[in-house]
Design a protein around this ligand. Structure first.
Ligand SMILES: C[S@@+](CC[C@H](N)C(=O)[O-])C[C@H]1O[C@@H](n2cnc3c(N)ncnc32)[C@H](O)[C@@H]1O
Length: 320
């Protein structure tokens, strides 16, 4: 079984203990066990209450990740970055293990991604409205991170600002799964995860004027302006305006001049759009990121690779 097949299986069979065991046996026989697989297996075991196996897998992760070398510099840098991120996730798993080990095995809580009330599975599209208040049970400010990836930035923010609620919207289910698992390990009850396409979720599932802040960090740049994967259409910004409360903020951080160009064009072409928002910086995009804004998987990727890539930051406020 290849690592990819294994991971595909992993995410669809969570909670099936016998299948997890089978997968683990087949992987033990494999010559090469990747650090990612080990962290994911540790995650799964912990979530079903077997923190002892989770602990063993973490130890194996440490051994294997020290051995990871590759002759090619670019691959070495990428792997270095990947392992730094996995170590970050390992920290959360470790804390969970320490807190759970003392509880009797049969009394440990089991967590299910598929049944979790803080996970909304909206892919490819659903038409029901999401009621976040049922998850958070408070009226605290609501922040959304679009395209939240593995949830590094989201979870860090949620830990820093526990008096606010944080929602990640992400297209890939395994990334949503990882964000959710980290939220469980970190013991956070102010995080919800949405599996879905950002534009569909904004358009179909979120109540008007219900969100305080929307963040978008390192979105994938479209290959060209009219590409079907271009998120930055005029409709996208109208949806952002629709769901934000008055004085609500939208922040975009990107390293892509293509994204900067497209966004600038949308605002230049539409007076209605310009009237809905007030630019908060001196210009639409600034090269300075505000202090304390935080770092994400992709930001770290550039830093670890020591790539001097420009970053562009946009902050706009909804004014009507
Ligand atoms: C370059 S990554 C950045 C992830 C994260 N924001 C970070 O800074 O580490 C872009 C992310 O956007 C997600 N994505 C791409 N298109 C999307 C869409 N239409 N809706 C939701 N997520 C999307 C990808 O799956 C990927 O995880």
């Amino acid at each position: 079984m290849t690592t990819k097949e294994y991971l595909t299986g992993l995410y669809s069979i969570e909670q099936e203990i016998s299948l997890i065991r089978k997968i683990m046996e087949s992987i033990n026989n494999e010559e090469e066990m990747s650090p990612t697989s080990l962290i994911n297996l540790a995650t799964l075991n912990c979530l079903i209450g077997d923190v002892e196996t989770g602990d063993l897998l973490l130890k194996e992760f440490e051994d294997i990740s020290k051995r990871e070398t590759d002759a090619r510099k670019s691959i070495r840098l990428f792997k270095k970055h990947q392992i730094a991120q996995l170590r970050n996730r390992r920290k959360h798993i470790r804390t969970f293990i320490l807190n759970t080990q003392t509880i009797l095995k049969e009394q440990r809580k089991k967590y299910s991604f598929n049944k979790s009330k803080e996970v909304f599975q909206m892919y490819p599209r659903e038409i029901n409205v999401l009621h976040f208040e049922e998850v958070f049970k408070n009226k605290n400010p609501i922040n959304i991170e679009l395209c939240s990836g593995y949830g590094e930035w989201l979870i860090t923010k949620a830990e820093e600002k526990k008096e606010e609620n944080w929602i990640g919207i992400e297209l890939y289910r395994d990334r949503v799964y990882n964000s959710w698992a980290t939220k469980i390990f970190a013991g956070l009850d102010n995080v919800a995860c949405v599996w879905g396409d950002a534009m569909n979720v904004l358009m179909l599932n979120i109540m008007p004027e219900s969100i305080d802040n929307i963040y978008l960090n390192f979105p994938e740049p479209p290959k060209y302006e009219n590409s079907p994967t271009n998120l930055f259409t005029i409709q996208f910004f109208f949806q952002v305006a629709r769901i934000l409360k008055l004085d609500g903020i939208f922040c975009l951080l990107t390293d892509s001049p293509i994204v900067v160009n497209i966004v600038n064009k949308q605002f230049a072409h539409s007076e209605i759009l310009r009237n809905k928002f007030q630019i908060q910086g001196k210009t639409m995009f600034e090269k300075k990121i505000p202090d304390g804004y935080g770092t994400s998987y992709f930001d770290q990727l550039w830093k670890n690779g020591k790539i001097n890539q420009d970053r562009f930051f946009m902050k706009i406020k909804k004014i009507m």
